[in-house]
Design a protein around this ligand. Sequence first.
Ligand SMILES: Nc1ncnc2c1ncn2[C@@H]1O[C@H](COP(=O)(O)OP(=O)(O)OP(=O)(O)O)[C@@H](O)[C@H]1O
Length: 257
Amino acid sequence: MTTVLKTEDLRKQFGQLTAVDDVSIEIDDDKITSIIGPNGAGKTTFYNLLTGVLEPTSGSIWLRSGEGDELADVTDAEPHEVAQAGLSRSYQITNIFEGLTVRENVRVARISHEGTRLDFRSRATGDESVEADVEELLELTGLTDIADTPCDTLSHGEKRTVEIALALAIEPNVFLMDEPTAGMNPTEVTEIVSLIRELDADLDATFVVTEHNMDVVTDISDRIVVLAEGSILADGAPEDVLTDERVTEAYLGSDSV
Ligand SMILES: Nc1ncnc2c1ncn2[C@@H]1O[C@H](COP(=O)(O)OP(=O)(O)OP(=O)(O)O)[C@@H](O)[C@H]1O
């Protein structure tokens, strides 16, 4: 077991409101960790701090870029620096080029990670390693059959899968998945849950998930961290956390799960 991501007394205040209240946590590489909590608990703010989108009020963030590396302080890093350091986040569809095919999107993400200046529309890129990586990413995420489909004709579930492929294109050491099943129908939910499980088994990346669907959380998590009012309320195995009275009360006191 290795710690891949760590926060120490991480805090974010918006004026008088403390959205993340001195959170100290260590994420280990041998588990899928879900970070859950009622509305307004601070999950999005916490993710935004981890990815460099927001600057912490105080505290620190540490990230391990790959096997054998030491934890590095990324507290003050910009979002692109955090991504380069090995932390990827699936944004809800916002970074898909709708007019391009699935393969072209994955190629753009891969090339932009490689920093290679190539015309991604050209078939004759000449860069076989990029093409091999693209095909591998398509295969890993089950997108090979729809690789030539323009993204603007895909279903919502297919787009969410493309988004996962794009996040994986940077070869993350830690992959933050933001509500991976949001807006999906039950069949799509089942498919994405089994995809996440397969990816977790096939890749070295460590998965951290926020999710409102409790069936998915129960199904997918080895560890659940519950945030409430910016603090960690509970942290442990699903069977312990989900039966914890304080957790039930925190959810009952909010207007949604
Ligand atoms: N930019 C901001 N300015 C002021 N307050 C903010 C800002 N962003 C978030 N907040 C507040 O911080 C608290 C935590 O919000 P956050 O969005 O992180 O919670 P969340 O757990 O992600 O909620 P949800 O599940 O509803 O998305 C809330 O009270 C919210 O209103």
